[in-house]
Design a protein around this ligand. Structure first.
Ligand SMILES: NC(=O)c1ccc[n+]([C@@H]2O[C@H](COP(=O)([O-])OP(=O)(O)OC[C@H]3O[C@@H](n4cnc5c(N)ncnc54)[C@H](OP(=O)(O)O)[C@@H]3O)[C@@H](O)[C@H]2O)c1
Length: 287
């Protein structure tokens, strides 16, 4: 059995459950114990679903608020395990926060690399999330946009199946030179929007979402896609889960790409911790 196949003592292995993105098998614990708040003040127990959707996320000028949600290990890995996915890092606490963050947005935007690696599915909501979203005036389910330069997406993927009644199709934002045959295969399964440039630009992607309605865009990676958002200074909020494990390996940092001209400063707005030492921070861009 490989090192990944034998769980360390006291850290159980969560059975694989795909939730339409990251967070399946996990090394970051299975406890469903309390989540405590340790900043800005101490609270013995908070329910992420009751706090994240209530955070203020005003439009920035005319554009929607843009959030990024990522999980890393203590040593900064964004993917781990034999499948090299983020699910190996996200434990039970992270799944609660992930659900709460998704409950707070109108759009989920994911790069094609992550959609392929993690087998992205259409977002789904449970009754509690639907209630919270309705209270905030959001549609029952956030819309999904997948961004590709080359157009290399599997038209038979679950996310392109006929949407349930009342839900819109997935939007595919494709690079100017994307494979036309691939895009033709998506006809009737997705709304395809062609970019003006070979690699869709973050501002353009946010605009594609904004034109279709909604005030909050959630970016879910991956790291190579996040870098251009940092460079464009388009991130207003970072929700960062730090799983209390070290995994070494060679996965990318949370965001990578060309150096930026000046650092983007953020303010710690909230820090939560679960009873397995996993941290859940919310940082807001200082503007
Ligand atoms: N820890 C976490 O929270 C987390 C979250 C997400 C992903 N991940 C992990 O990250 C890995 C995937 O990340 P990745 O960096 O390799 O790929 P990625 O950022 O998910 O995707 C890169 C792809 O996005 C498309 N793209 C379109 N416009 C782009 C632009 N302006 N800039 C960059 N890419 C653009 C291109 O697709 P085409 O190739 O189709 O042209 C490109 O190849 C996986 O291992 C995944 O499990 C971890």
């Amino acid at each position: 059995m490989s090192a990944w196949g034998s769980a360390p003592t006291a850290v159980a292995f969560v059975p694989f459950t795909t939730v339409g993105g990251r967070r399946g098998r996990s090394w970051a614990g299975t406890s469903v114990g309390p989540v405590r708040q340790i900043h800005p003040d101490f609270r013995d127990e908070v329910e992420p679903l009751e706090v994240y959707p209530r955070d203020p996320r005003p439009r920035v000028g005319t554009r929607p608020w843009v959030m990024l949600n990522m999980v890393t290990s203590l040593d900064g890995a964004t993917a781990a395990g034999p499948d090299r996915v983020s699910g190996a890092l996200g434990g039970a606490g992270d799944r609660r926060v992930f659900r709460a963050v998704r409950a707070s947005c109108d759009w989920i935007v994911v790069a094609a690399g992550t959609a392929r690696a993690e087998g992205y599915r259409r977002p789904r909501v449970d009754a509690e999330v639907a209630r919270v979203r309705a209270e905030a005036g959001r549609t029952p389910v956030p819309r999904l946009a997948v961004v590709t330069a080359r157009g290399e997406l599997d038209a038979d993927a679950e996310m392109f199946a006929t949407p349930p009644p009342g839900e819109e199709p997935v939007v595919v934002v494709a690079g100017r030179d994307a494979d036309q045959d691939r895009l033709a295969a998506l006809a009737g399964r997705a709304e395809v929007v062609m970019s003006q440039v070979p690699r869709p630009d973050p501002a353009e992607i946010v605009e594609v979402c904004a034109r279709r309605g909604g005030d909050v865009v959630l970016v879910e990676g991956g790291p190579g896609f996040n870098g251009p958002f940092v460079a464009a200074d388009l991130l207003d909020e970072l929700c960062w889960s730090v799983a209390a494990v070290m995994v070494a390996g060679s996965s990318a940092r949370l965001a990578h790409g060309p150096d930026v001209d000046f650092p983007r400063a953020f303010r710690l707005d909230r820090l939560l911790v679960d009873d397995e030492s996993n941290l859940f921070g919310r940082w807001v861009r200082r503007r």
